[in-house]
Design a protein around this ligand. Structure first.
Ligand SMILES: [Zn+2]
Length: 490
């Protein structure tokens, strides 16, 4: 029987990887194999170590990869898949492809840097420490990407087709509606159109964006709201915020106050943020606060080697903008030309920011402090109570970001224990994920109950609370996907 196997983001929020095997042959021979997403495990060691594990099947036998969006926990394992022999097409929307073309090489670069650091300081139990993949390997896999626009139906084989619909999560983000036509058990060979086939529609949500409007989900820049009126026999759905309600108050006043207070005591605000999307949203908000006089005009540094390219891609894909973003871009133009905003590309430029003794705002990645230049900024500024660390994104358990945010007295960065004396603050409103009421609101728009829903991409408590809410409020058959579990496609 055809099945889905959950190879990642089951029992955790990272490492999204779901395999569809059409299992055409009852002798057990594999059918067509299609992977949906190919993300990196991040965070807790137990999961992180799995980034080194091979897939349970040969990568060469996978026909294609359908990619929902460009976050590393959905795309970051692609170079490894290619390294293991995958040569099929990687289908993604044009904006996702543009973003992957900077995110994947950057990920390879960071992994080389980390391995090099560990080798230099002998801080890894592996000798030598190796990168999962290199910048060059990441660049080489970009040749397999093939654009598929929203709404276009792509026939992968006579039995399997898919189309992307809007997920409203980040630039280019999509959900994948996948249709499998297969023979019913005990009947003869598949003859499409003969009446002996059945059609099953699967909806893989990827990550689901904010459902509510601009006022309640401020900073949201992309297409407003995920596709409504969906239908699916099998729904594979994310549950990151399955037990959470985002604050509904607008963040600008709180942000302005944090900047003002920190600057008044002579400190700086350090913001760990994904270089893509989150950083763009944040700088536009800073710009508005400074232009309107609500926040002091202190220098803003975006310290990420890919921040400039990310801004360029963001400005190119105007088809993805919400109305509010259209207005902001037409009012202020490109952030690359704003006075007082510096985008650092080289490591020399990055080091100069470290030398800055005057109050400033430093935005750097990675967003969960799992690597990248933010580590240097935090190692330098966390011990000083004048400074503020501001989180504007989800921090997965086990990451340094989670440790700092949860109030720990110290954190290990680049092999050293760093005392945390700086003020720690968080603004949850920037989330690109729908919260529980928003998820339920979106599910209410479905045309009919799915036969079964599998919850993925959530910590166990978030998934189980969302399952309970969906069962109670919608009466749906909801199950929590387990890592490596195979479920039948019926
Ligand atoms: Zn995502």
């Amino acid at each position: 029987m055809p099945y889905i196997q959950f190879l990642g983001a089951a029992g955790t929020v990272t490492g999204s990887k779901h395999l569809i095997n059409t299992s055409a042959d009852i002798s057990g021979k594999n059918g067509l194999q299609v992977l949906v997403d190919c993300g990196l495990f991040q965070g807790q060691n137990e999961w992180r170590e799995r980034i080194w594990q091979d897939l349970p099947m040969s990568a060469r036998e996978i026909e294609c990869l359908i990619l929902t969006h460009a976050h590393l926990d959905h795309c970051g394992w692609i170079p490894r898949l290619v390294k293991q022999g995958f040569r099929g097409p990687i289908y993604a929307t044009p904006a996702t492809i543009d973003l992957c073309s900077i995110i994947l090489p950057d990920s390879g670069h960071l992994q080389e840097e980390d391995a090099e650091f560990h080798n230099r300081h002998k801080t890894s139990r592996h000798d030598p420490a190796l990168p999962l993949y290199t910048l060059e390997e990441a660049q080489a896999c970009l040749q397999y990407f093939k654009p598929v626009t929203f709404g276009e139906t792509k026939q992968v084989s006579p039995e399997l087709s898919f189309r992307f619909v809007h997920a409203a999560h980040i630039l280019g983000s999509s959900m994948a509606e996948i249709t499998l036509t297969s023979k019913t058990a005990g009947e003869g060979p598949i003859r499409l159109g003969s009446g002996q086939v059945r059609s099953t529609r699967m909806l893989f949500t990827g990550d689901i964006g904010r459902v509510r409007d601009q006022n309640i989900a401020p900073g949201k820049v992309v297409y407003s709201g995920p596709q409504s009126g969906e239908s699916a026999d099998i729904l594979v759905m994310e549950s990151t915020y399955g037990n959470r309600r985002h604050p509904t108050d607008a963040p600008p006043p709180e942000l302005a106050e944090l900047i003002r207070e920190t600057a008044e005591r002579g400190g700086s605000v350090v913001v760990p943020a994904f270089a893509v999307e989150r950083t763009q949203k944040f700088v536009f908000m800073l710009k508005e606060l400074m232009e309107s006089g609500q926040a002091p005009r202190i220098p803003v540094y975006c310290d990420s080697p890919m921040a400039i390219k990310a801004v360029e891609i963001f400005l190119k894909h105007t088809e993805e903008y919400s109305d509010a973003t259209k207005q902001l871009v037409s009012r202020y133009g490109s952030p690359l030309s704003w006075q007082g905003f510096t985008f650092a590309q080289t490591s020399e430029e990055s080091k100069k920011i470290n030398d800055s003794k005057f109050p400033c705002v430093i935005i750097s990645s990675s967003g969960m402090v799992t690597g990248g230049r933010i580590q240097h900024h935090l190692a330098q500024r966390l011990p000083d109570p004048k400074n503020t660390v501001l989180f504007i994104g989800f921090q997965a358990p086990g990451t340094r970001g989670f440790t700092i945010k949860s109030g720990a007295p110290e954190v290990k960065i680049l092999g050293e224990m760093v005392p945390i004396r700086a003020q720690v603050a968080a603004l949850e409103q920037f989330s690109d994920h729908a919260d529980t009421p928003e998820l339920l609101e979106w599910l209410h728009t479905f045309q009919a109950k799915p036969g079964v829903t599998y919850l993925v991409h959530g910590e166990p408590s978030a998934s189980s609370q969302l399952r309970d809410a969906m069962t109670k409020e919608l009466g749906w058959n909801v199950q929590i996907a387990q890592w490596m579990q195979k479920v039948e496609i019926i």
